[in-house]
Design a protein around this ligand. Structure first.
Ligand code: ADP
Length: 500
């Protein structure tokens, strides 16, 4: 199997339970505690957050600096031009007021003022407003006093929520004639300027927001690209842990990944070689043991055929020897089965069968006298199994039930979503909760096995069951049977749903 660290497909998630290491309980697994999972963000999420935060800070700072710089420039420019306009009008007025017949309300119409501007002239103790709505009460008192005192002044005010600039310019008469002096005030409405600044602020904020989102997207993309080799490596490691020792990473496209890939592949080569060597060794040892064992068994048969001729003490020794030879034979057979799995891996020869037919056939083949109970619809479901291994699974479970609990009392077959569950029940002593995982390990004998002192137990039967079940992509565990005894549950994936 080849996995390309640089290909997008390689970033897929880990394979399902298929061939996962043997475990007796569906609850067992290397999951992090829930709290820790919630607290720790994934690398991809962290990189994305960092990119988004970076983009937010940068774009926020740039938008802020840009806004204040542009605002200062626009405001200064606008205020200068307004002041300029007021001075120009004051100069114009001064010239017009020279004429003894000057008519001030008439003069007001000649002034150059914008649409949002009001003006007032104060002369000979009278106010002349440019429009009926303009009144001297709009002028700030301090500014009015300053201007009437002979100094020009300007002030920004807030008139009912609207920003205004008030400019006052005294107009002294050219010949000192008191009756010809005047004071000119102009009130500029700044709402256009305020609107422009608000629009600028909104545009810059939107730009900062878009930049932040773009930063997050870029971060996610960059993290995805950077993590691709890691995903491929994780997938390959999981595949190897699941028994696919031929899994390798494909030679990388990038120089820095090439080192990782070749180191990883080298490590797996060595691991595979070592596992295969060990499995071969076990297998060879077992094969070598077979012939002396056969000789022993044959000699034993000869002796057993002449039991009548043997004295009682020799008979006792013969029975002991017989039990040990049978146990040894069984041990060698089971070790051979396990070592074959270690050496060859997943060599299932699967057929598609209906659950009903498979179960009937298996019970018959194992010779177990166990009642079968099918849940509605389960019999017609199809599963893909290696029939020989399926038989082996149930032969071991029935044999254990017989040995430790008298016999199996029920084989129930149930639907469980996309899987089918096979429950082997007995009414024996049951298995203590703390032993329920361990008994599926190799050479592990539970309290019952040891207490009963049954000579032919090897501690390998359930390990073989777990191995076969996992090879089929299923799970196996044991639980307490309600009312006493044990319930071994084998769960295998089915090919179709329950027919409606
Ligand atoms: P063995 O039977 O050779 O000891 P197994 O792997 O088949 O090895 O079983 C492991 C242990 O699980 C047994 O030693 C026994 O303690 C326990 N066990 C298995 N089946 C049952 C059962 N049906 N009831 C009680 N204990 C059981």
């Amino acid at each position: 199997m080849q996995i390309d660290p640089a290909s997008p497909e390689s970033s897929a998630t880990a394979p399902a339970a298929t061939g996962s290491p043997a475990t007796g309980s569906p609850a067992t697994g290397s999951r992090a505690p829930r709290g820790a999972q919630r607290r720790r963000l994934g690398l991809r999420a962290r990189v994305t957050t960092m990119f988004a935060l970076g983009a937010l800070v940068l774009s926020g700072a740039l938008a802020g600096i840009g806004y204040f710089a542009v605002r200062a420039s626009i405001v200064n420019q606008q205020l200068a031009s307004m002041r300029h306009q007021s001075l120009a009008n004051a100069v114009l007025l001064r010239g017009e007021l020279r004429a003894p017949t000057a008519y001030i309300p008439g003069l007001m119409t000649t002034l150059d003022s914008g649409p949002n501007t009001d003006s007032l002239i104060y002369s000979t103790n009278r106010w002349y407003p440019s429009s009926a709505t303009t009144s001297p009460s709009e002028l700030p008192k301090a500014l009015e006093a300053t201007v009437l005192g002979g100094s020009p002044a300007q002030q920004l005010i807030n008139a009912g929520g609207t920003a205004e600039l008030v400019v006052g310019v005294p107009i002294p008469s050219e010949n000192g004639d008191r009756s010809r002096t005047a004071d000119y005030f102009e009130i500029f409405n700044l709402s256009d300027l305020t609107r422009t600044l608000h629009a600028l602020l909104a545009a810059l904020s939107l730009a900062a927001l878009i930049t932040t989102v773009a930063g997050a997207v870029l971060g996610r993309w960059a993290a995805g690209r950077a993590l691709r080799p890691l995903n491929a490596t994780t997938k390959a490691a999981l595949s190897i842990a699941g028994g696919h020792l031929d899994t390798r990473l494909e030679s990388a496209q990038f120089a820095d990944l090439a080192v990782l890939t070749s180191a990883f592949n080298q490590m797996v080569d060595q691991l595979q070689e070592r596992i295969e060597r060990e499995a071969r060794f076990t297998s060879d040892v077992n094969h070598e043991l077979r012939s002396p064992l056969t000789t022993l068994a044959n000699s034993l048969s000869v002796l057993e055929a002449r039991r009548d001729e043997l004295p009682p003490k020799a008979l006792q020794a013969l029975d002991l020897l017989g039990a040990e030879v049978r146990r040894f034979r069984r041990l060698v057979d089971e070790l051979l089965e396990i070592s074959r799995f270690d050496a060859v891996g997943n060599d299932l020869s699967r057929d598609e069968v209906t659950v009903g037919a498979l179960v009937e056939h298996t019970v018959q083949a194992t010779g177990a006298n166990v009642p079968i109970r099918f849940a509605p619809g389960v019999e017609s479901r199809h599963i893909l199994v290696d029939k020989r291994r399926f038989e082996r699974i149930f032969a071991n479970l029935f044999e254990n039930a017989q040995r430790y609990a008298g016999s199996a009392t029920l084989l129930a077959v149930e639907n469980h979503g996309s899987s089918v569950r096979f429950l082997v029940e007995d009414e024996g002593p049951g298995i203590a909760p703390e032993e329920r995982d361990r008994i599926f390990e190799r050479f592990s004998r539970g309290t019952t096995g040891r207490r009963r002192g049954l000579g032919d137990g090897t501690g390998l039967g359930l390990a073989i069951v777990a191995q076969h079940v996992h090879q089929h992509g299923g799970r196996v565990w044991v639980e307490g049977r309600p009312g006493g005894g044990s319930r071994f549950v084998v769960e295998l994936p089915a090919m179709n749903e329950v027919a409606a």
